[in-house]
Design a protein around this ligand. Structure first.
Ligand SMILES: Cc1ncc(C[n+]2csc(CCOP(=O)(O)OP(=O)(O)O)c2C)c(N)n1
Length: 376
């Protein structure tokens, strides 16, 4: 007897502007010209910043730095589909997403320069969260924030990011289970950049697509061309609307490629070929979108040159702010972590205090600013 089919699924992929510039008019989202230009400007600016930051690390002016080269569309577009009161939690590869939300670049430099005054300087009207270096631990927090919003009848949505490798973690399963059961207004964006450090996507999971993982949790799942600004914009705006209407979570697999190393501590040439990288360069999100704007007569090469000049000056000013900021009090690192500090931190803090006093007495350190934050 033939078996009965109890459920059938399909996985769809959204592509609007192909790598060679073909536009699917039937899917083209209606984006105001001003917004189109803002998307492009921010992508072009963050690309220049990324290159500058990479060079600064090589010159010893920055600590480890995770490049976002090639991922500008997935970094910049989703945050620009949100309202400030929505929540956003990027991964450590998140300087583009923070920039799109209005955080000044000097704070990303500070963070990757090893100064904890960096990264968490969001505009005060934003509901953003600091990213976590541990992969995946923020995914359940995103579900929790969305649950809180739902219980408070707050129409905010939560948008969070993860990498392809992170879909193999237990946190992913827990977060998606919860988000699906409680129909939470949360959007999980996978930046499938094809690698988790040196582990290629094919060794990460036997799942044919990542987007199909959504089905196991009752989330809406979609594969998106992550280097296509129009597709990312359409997919995220629809996910945000679904979330606001109480229709539950969305899981978007945005296919992109990390053109640089995993971080400056990695050497990608050891595990992938130049031919592979070259194939992905042809799908570049910034160039592709620029051609689209030119075809719409919204942009031209002169304006592009002017934009780059202005961006360079803006980035230079941010670097100067970063490099001339007086150093923080090292004791700050103990603040704001615990409601009640555990004994070993009390001891370590006291020890550092002693060391700093001795160094100051010997004039080995300059005058330190007051300690910031709370250390109970
Ligand atoms: C809990 C935890 N385990 C291991 C690491 C080390 N680590 C840092 S990034 C990374 C790979 C993450 O890959 P993916 O999720 O694909 O994100 P991508 O960096 O490619 O954007 C690993 C294993 C970590 N930071 N946290």
């Amino acid at each position: 007897m033939p078996l009965k089919t109890v459920a059938e699924f399909k996985i769809q992929r959204l592509e609007i502007l192909s790598p060679d510039g073909q536009l699917d008019k039937s899917l083209e989202p209606q984006i105001p010209n001003e917004k189109l230009l803002e998307l492009y400007r921010k992508m072009a600016e963050i690309r220049l910043f990324d290159d500058k930051a990479f060079r600064m690390q090589r010159q010893g002016r920055l600590g480890t730095y995770p490049q976002i080269l090639g991922q500008e569309a997935t970094q910049i577009v989703p945050p620009l589909c949100l309202k400030p009161k929505d929540w956003m939690i990027p991964t450590y590869r998140g300087q583009g997403a923070y920039y799109a939300r209005g955080m000044k670049l000097r704070y990303s430099l500070l963070y990757w320069g090893g100064d904890d005054r960096g990264a968490a300087h969001f505009p005060p009207e934003n509901n953003d969260m600091i990213f976590s270096i541990p992969v995946g631990t923020h995914l359940t927090q995103a579900a929790g924030l969305a649950w809180g919003a739902k219980m408070n009848h707050d129409p905010s949505v939560v948008l969070t990011y993860l990498g392809d490798g992170t879909t193999s973690k237990g946190d992913f399963h827990e977060a998606l289970t919860f988000a699906g059961v409680y129909k939470l207004p949360v959007i999980y964006i996978v930046e499938n950049n094809q690698y988790a450090i040196s582990i290629p996507r094919s060794k990460q999971t036997a799942s044919q697509t990542l987007s199909q993982k959504a089905l196991g949790y009752g989330a809406v799942g979609l594969q998106v061309d992550g280097n296509d600004v129009l597709a990312v914009y359409k997919a995220v705006t629809e996910a945000v609307e679904r979330g606001r209407k109480g229709e539950g979570p969305t899981f978007l697999e945005c296919e992109t490629y990390r053109l640089g190393h995993h971080t400056t501590a990695d050497d990608a040439t050891r595990y992938r070929s130049e031919e592979e990288v070259e194939q992905w360069r042809k799908k570049d999100p910034v160039d592709r979108f620029k051609k689209y704007l030119i075809s719409k007569k919204l942009w031209d090469e002169d304006r592009d040159m002017r934009l780059k000049k202005e961006a360079e000056a803006m980035i230079q000013a941010e670097i100067e702010e970063y490099e001339t900021m007086s150093p923080p009090n090292p004791l700050n690192m103990f603040a704001n972590n615990y409601a009640t500090a555990p004994w070993h931190l009390v001891e370590q803090r006291a020890e550092l205090e002693e060391i700093l006093k001795t160094k100051q007495a010997r004039k080995e350190v300059v005058e330190l600013p007051p300690v910031e934050g709370r250390f109970p």
